[in-house]
Ligand binder design. Structure first.
Ligand code: FES
Length: 167
């Protein structure tokens, strides 16, 4: 390789390297600026097929810290966090109600307030059905209704759970 060829080769190599670095920078910037669909709690949680959500009970979705149920055929996502002081509220299968183990607040299957020191019903999360699957937006909380709100008329199905443990 002559001196001139080597110089030309090195000059072109330098331009190629600089071009690759610039392309990598553009790609990184573009990638960082893309909107992200957050997943996991605090974002959108893709959960279960809508047709598996029960009408007469609830289905826990731990990743969303929520329960799914259907009210008048519509999927509803309820926060599992008690609106009193934030304990996790289990669903009691025998009573068909949520019973907070901390201070005894009780909510019906729709999350309506029934009893105890909680100031309102269980909070909700917006849901969307995408390709038949329920997506729960845990980044947005809709406050539960005030005491007296009755979305469903469902008296206790049976005995309460001892100590608030679901069963
Ligand atoms: S935290 Fe549920 S009743 Fe107090």
């Amino acid at each position: 390789m002559s001196d001139i060829d080597r110089r030309r080769f090195l000059a072109n190599g330098w331009k190629l390297g600089a071009g690759l670095i610039a392309a990598a920078g553009v790609w990184t910037s573009w990638d960082l600026l893309q909107p992200r669909l957050a997943s996991g709690f605090g974002g959108v949680v893709r959960s279960v097929p809508a047709d598996t959500v029960p009408e007469d009970s609830v289905l826990e979705v731990p990743a969303a810290r929520a329960y799914l149920t259907k009210i008048d055929g519509e999927v509803v996502a309820l926060s599992e966090t008690c609106t009193h002081l934030g304990c996790k509220v289990p669903y009691c299968a025998s009573s068909g109600q949520f019973e907070c183990p901390c201070h005894g607040s009780v909510f019906n299957r729709a999350g309506d307030y029934l009893a105890g020191p909680a100031p309102r019903g269980l909070d909700h999360y917006p849901t969307t059905i995408v390709d038949g699957v329920v997506e729960i937006d845990t980044g947005e909380t809709v406050a539960g209704g005030p005491p007296g709100t009755m979305t469903v008329d469902e008296p206790a199905k049976g005995p309460a759970c001892e100590g608030g443990h679901g069963g």
